[in-house]
Design a binder for this molecule. Structure first.
Ligand SMILES: O=P(O)(O)OC[C@H]1O[C@](O)(CO)[C@@H](O)[C@@H]1O
Length: 547
């Protein structure tokens, strides 16, 4: 189905020319209850969307669009385990990993809950054994350091969550993440590790990913080079994967493999065995709290009425900004240092999911789909790219996220952080007119001529949209809810755009072309390339020769 042919799409296109162009200042002046009307709450998260470029008619039309294109139906099909990942013939059931209701889901025609529970119990037992010291390294020392080797979804989720949950780290535990095939990443990480106390979690859904397998083999060599035998590998290497044949070929025994299933997409996998490094760092209970926070958001998404449904509304508003108002990017701005990897995590979650230009029916979309996602912790971003967000020629909607209470209260640090979290969206929305800038300059003692010259530079257009997400404290539960909120937001947008949010064929071509080039760089083959690539290969070879 082409969503652009629906009635609501037509209405939204018209509204883009009217409501979409109104200044937010005006909208606030006109509707005193705007904050109450456009703020929503669920699973410990409060979303203020009143500073988004929305109006009542826009929200009505967006909800109408969701209904016309069948978002609810697709959501039901997803939760029912139907293969909504049509291009790969797979179900999308990561929600089952944070649920425990028997009979709720069907994966390949069967209830997956028994298998999920088995792996969970094995993960818990393993975790408890490592943390209690019952399971030790080959020389009898406790395994206090985890090095996770994985990339993409087998890295970004666990890194982001372990960083976000630093206040929950179990004392004496350490965790590192190696993803880049650049040897520097592994070498610099292992420099800080003791082979006797290090546990490697080799995380790869497919167990074929070049970066991960290369790092895993080198890590094993490093381990063996420390005087250990092949037999000792079993005490220090576990695999998190769906590919049991490949894990066996690597030499990891079945009892050290924590499996999951093809209905868990890589970028949606932190809730599965891929989350083991999280559990090994914060403990099993906190990991379960993370799952239950996400589950609370799942229940809300499934059960709340459309006009109060956080992920649905969050997704629809983002889609309005992107597709109808032509805003090309989204800035994710956590006002919480612990969430410093959230933008990177969401880059994969969102851009790998909705960075598509073909609809499920194979036809070109013909409208804008997934936005560019970028971001940094808030106040750091303020001193870097906010200039463009406030005064640049491109309008970039911002998503600001903050906890009201800090885990690390220190003087008035957190009040200052929150003041920035509150002031930036206000500044983006209100702006400063040239007249106001002129008056301010005059008040500061500028001459008429000077004030006239500088006023255009000191004016802010304002009317720049933002959404704020507020929680009391960043806990495993609220973090779980936040991640699930974004997962479902991505689902909603993909459902309206009609793209398959669950495949990622766009990452393949580069991988394929790298293979023959690798052979060329190793002088094992000659290649046939365009002039630029051939020139660069020759230049790389010459720079490397004689070194
Ligand atoms: O877990 P694997 O199979 O090693 O894949 C890692 C990542 O590579 C991708 O397939 C492509 O980047 C991601 O979707 C995935 O998260």
């Amino acid at each position: 189905m082409n969503p652009a042919e629906t009635k609501s799409w037509g209405v939204l296109s018209q509204l883009a020319e009217t409501d979409g162009k109104r200044h937010l200042r005006e909208l606030f002046a006109e509707e005193p209850g705007r904050f109450e009307r456009f703020s929503f709450e669920a699973a410990g998260l409060f979303l203020d969307a009143s500073k988004a470029q929305v109006t009542g008619p826009v929200m009505d039309a967006l909800l109408g669009l969701a209904e016309e294109v069948g978002v609810e139906k697709r959501r039901r099909r997803m939760f029912a385990g139907e293969p909504i990942n049509e291009t790969e013939g797979r179900s999308v059931l990561h929600m089952a990993l944070r649920d425990n209701r028997d009979g709720k889901y069907k994966a390949d025609g069967a209830d997956p809950m028994g298998d999920i529970e088995d792996v969970r119990q094995r993960m818990k037992a393993f975790c408890d054994a490592v943390l209690s010291g019952d399971r030790r390294g080959a020389t009898g020392k406790p395994l206090t350091t985890v090095v996770n080797i994985g990339i993409g979804g087998s890295d970004l989720g666990p890194v982001m969550v372990t960083e976000a949950l630093k206040p929950y780290w179990i004392e004496g535990r350490d965790v590192h993440f190696v993803s880049n095939v650049d040897g520097t990443h592994l070498v610099e990480t292992l420099r800080r590790c003791d082979p006797e106390t290090t546990l490697f979690t080799i995380a790869s859904k497919t167990f074929t990913t070049q970066e991960t397998m290369t790092n895993a083999h080198s890590a094993r060599e490093w381990f063996l080079a420390s005087g250990r035998s092949e037999a000792d590998v079993a005490s220090h290497f576990v695999a998190l994967s769906t590919n049991h044949e490949a894990t066996a070929a690597f030499g990891i025994e079945e009892e050290n493999v924590f499996g999951f299933w093809d209905w868990v997409g890589g970028r949606y996998s932190l809730w599965s065995a891929i989350g083991l490094p999280i559990a090994l760092t914060v403990g099993w209970e906190a990991f379960e709290d993370l799952l239950s926070g996400a589950h609370a958001m799942d229940r809300h998404f499934e059960e709340a009425p459309a006009d109060k449904n956080l992920p649905l509304l969050f997704g629809l508003i983002g889609l309005w900004h992107r597709t109808f108002l032509d805003m090309p990017a989204v800035a994710v701005l956590p006002y919480d240092q612990s969430l410093h990897r959230l933008p990177a995590y969401l880059q994969q979650a969102d851009m790998e999911s909705n960075g598509k230009s073909r609809r499920l029916d194979g036809l070109p979309a013909g409208y804008e789909t997934g936005p560019i996602v970028f971001g940094e912790p808030g106040t750091n971003g303020q001193h870097a790219f906010y200039q463009l967000i406030h005064q640049g020629t491109t309008v970039i909607p911002c998503e600001l996220i903050a906890p009201a209470v800090s885990h690390n209260p220190l003087g008035d640090h957190h009040e200052k952080l929150l003041a920035n979290f509150l002031a930036q969206p206000e500044a983006l929305m209100v702006g400063v007119t040239e007249d106001e800038a002129f008056t301010q300059l005059k008040e500061q003692g500028a001459s008429d001529e000077e004030a006239k010259r500088l006023a255009p530079h000191k004016a802010f257009p304002g009317g720049r949209p933002s959404l704020s997400v507020l929680m009391q404290k960043l806990t495993p539960e609220t973090l779980g809810a936040l991640i699930a909120l974004y997962e479902h937001k991505i689902f909603v947008q993909g459902a309206v755009w009609g793209v398959n949010s669950y495949d990622q064929f766009g990452v393949e071509l580069g991988k394929v072309l790298a293979k023959p080039i690798l052979a060329e760089l190793k002088n094992e083959a000659d290649g046939d390339h365009d002039a630029s690539t051939a020139g660069l290969i020759a230049r790389v070879r010459s720079l490397r020769s004689g070194v």
